[in-house]
Design a protein around this ligand. Sequence first.
Ligand SMILES: C[S@@+](CC[C@H](N)C(=O)[O-])C[C@H]1O[C@@H](n2cnc3c(N)ncnc32)[C@H](O)[C@@H]1O
Length: 281
Amino acid sequence: MGGRFLQMQLKKRLAESLSARELKALVGAYDVVGDIAIVIIPEALTAKEQTIATAILASNRKIKVVAKRAGYYGGEFRTLPLQILAGEKRKETEVKEFGVRLVVNPETVYYSVRSGNERRRIASLVAPGESVLVLFSGIAPFPLVIARHSQAGTIIGIEKNPQAHAYAVTNLSRNKYHKNIELYLGDVRDVVPTLPAMFDRVIMPLPTRGAEFLSCALQALKANGVLHFYDMQRTALYDQSLAKISDASAACGRTVLSSTITRCGHCAPNIYRICIDSRIS
Ligand SMILES: C[S@@+](CC[C@H](N)C(=O)[O-])C[C@H]1O[C@@H](n2cnc3c(N)ncnc32)[C@H](O)[C@@H]1O
């Protein structure tokens, strides 16, 4: 979000062009990725999108591009169509996340600034020497934040979107903490069986379809290893998410020894992005 102070600034600038109701629908509805503001323009405000974009640009000196969401996250690669409304005519930017520099084009690859704290949380759990597998690694924020904030042994990332993989390779070269990271381009189902070793920890940041890949993830997880499974779930139905892990484990003759659930995002009223950290026999 734009931050309380910036929201106030924006509100002031738009007070004359938008009604109180329109302002309420808009203010707070933008993310900042590097120096790009990504705004959701409600349909009723389309006629005023230029005014809004100019006001966002003027209310925050760090913002150089204002783009609007021109659709929804979708497709296998979870990408988001963007339309530039104001500022420089580019969609590539650089983000800093817990000391890691990430170049990204938020239109061609998935990257959420809102998951930064969650990546840092996972990094804090990694013990010295651990081997870590990051499935669905995108532009490599998990591998890099883990490498930066832990003493992991090896870290492997697998990503299918060629553009995300290309950014991941660039990001590796732009950070010092990358000696223990290896990145693979491909479908996790094809790449995992070719990996020469199993892992102490497997991370699955694909909350929309993660369950489809549980058997693949378990295949790569050492006995007594830790699985981080992401899901989008209603508060009342967390048991269903836990059951996905226990069913997949049972199907390959393994048992869930312990599980903890962390809420790491808000998707819709009563629906959260959750991470289940499970130790599996
Ligand atoms: C929700 S994003 C997470 C990206 C990254 N880990 C992050 O935290 O920003 C999921 C990623 O999985 C990738 N993906 C989807 N299906 C895949 C598959 N079968 N094999 C490998 N990567 C896949 C998508 O392209 C996307 O980059």
